[in-house]
Design a protein around this ligand. Structure first.
Ligand code: DP6
Length: 349
């Protein structure tokens, strides 16, 4: 027999960034962060997990290609889930798996991204969130979503925020064992559904410095990071929560842009400096800043993760349509810039 579960998880984009760990193994951050989860029909991971007495070891395929599971992060997640597994009974198939059986049974995992993995957008967030969620369903975990988010966190920090839709906060927590470092939902996906997200794919190349090693180098060498984590982010978190609650786009846009810029400033303050944005990214920022200034009030927010691709959040569909027109005018796909495609976070545009 084979028992299988399939789940789908969207990726999330941080508007107040996580950058820096206080514990590398447990993946505990030095500050809270806030993100918005994308619509599941865009940029999401679909994962199927299966268990059978015929499986002789744990195996995983990513986009059809088998990958090694020797990494500590994957093993940590699997161990956490296995230790909480409970009895499963499927009368139709005549299957009964006891708590004890789970210790010996092996799983096969197949994961697909609905976007090109090479596009530099494939954050590990959707991947680990989906893996943890589907394994938790297969092994019949009784834990609530927050507890699952704390397990996904041990796969990749940003993954803990993808367990919820809408706006999500990852509370850094204080405990040394990480038990209080988990995600909570600030507002669901219907709360502010006018927002439209457009991702301008500036480069599809793999980033040179991974988030994991980049943030480690920043914590070890940057003086600015401590100021950011202790002084700046705590205040911004409160302001951002307020802006989201009130659907206050000007404050939301101001905070998101300022936080993205400060995150890239601490990257630059790292030794050796880390450059995630390129000339095209900078030109997009100038373009949005000029437009926002000419309108007198922000129309669009920008935020950049550990790479040059721009995530642009517009106020509503009308501004999203204007934004797209502008982008296509200034940055036509396949022109001399390396900007090559747009992913639109709303299928009606
Ligand atoms: C810039 O979650 O990929 O996207 O915890 O080491 O796996 P690890 O790092 P990761 O870092 C994401 C960093 C970021 C900001 C964010 O998503 O908050």
């Amino acid at each position: 027999w084979v028992l299988m579960v399939t789940a789908q998880t969207p990726t999330n984009i941080a508007v107040i960034k996580y950058w820096g760990k206080r514990d590398e193994k447990l993946i505990l951050p030095i500050n809270d962060s806030i993100s918005v989860t994308l619509d599941p029909s865009h940029l999401c991971t679909t994962t199927s997990v299966a268990v059978s007495p015929d499986f002789t070891h744990d195996r995983m395929w990513l986009n059809g290609k088998e990958i090694s599971l020797s990494g500590g992060r994957f093993q940590n997640c699997l161990r956490e889930i296995r230790s909480r597994a409970s009895e499963v009974e499927d009368d139709e198939k005549g299957i009964k798996i006891t708590k004890k059986d789970w210790e010996k049974l092996h799983v096969h995992i197949a994961s697909y991204n609905n976007f090109p993995t090479a596009a530099g957008l494939a954050s590990s967030a959707a991947g680990f969130a989906c893996l943890v969620f589907s394994l938790a369903k297969l092994m019949n975990l009784k834990e609530d979503q927050s507890k699952l988010s704390a397990i996904a966190r041990q796969g990749s920090g940003s993954a803990c925020r993808s367990l919820y839709g809408g706006f999500v906060k990852w509370i850094m927590g204080k405990e040394e064992n990480g038990s209080d470092s988990m995600a909570v939902q600030l507002a669901d996906e219907n709360h502010w559904d006018d927002l439209v997200i457009i991702i301008a794919v500036v480069s599809s190349r793999q980033k040179e410095t991974s988030s994991t090693s980049g943030m480690l180098e920043t914590v070890e060498t940057s003086m600015l990071i401590q100021h950011r984590a202790k002084e700046v982010v705590p205040k911004r978190i409160i302001q951002m929560e307020e802006a989201i609650k009130n659907r206050d786009f000007p404050s939301f846009a101001h905070l998101a842009c300022a936080d993205s810029n400060q995150f890239h400033a601490v990257c630059l303050d790292t030794t050796p400096p880390i450059f995630y944005m390129n000339d095209t990214s900078h030109r997009i920022i100038s373009c949005v800043e000029k437009w926002n200034r000419s309108e007198g009030t922000p129309q669009v927010a920008y935020t950049f993760d550990a790479g040059p691709n721009a995530v642009l959040i517009s106020h509503n569909r009308k501004t999203a349509a204007h934004l797209l027109q502008r982008l296509l005018f200034y940055f036509p796909p396949n022109s001399d810039t390396d900007l090559n495609s747009y992913v639109i976070g709303d299928k009606t545009i």
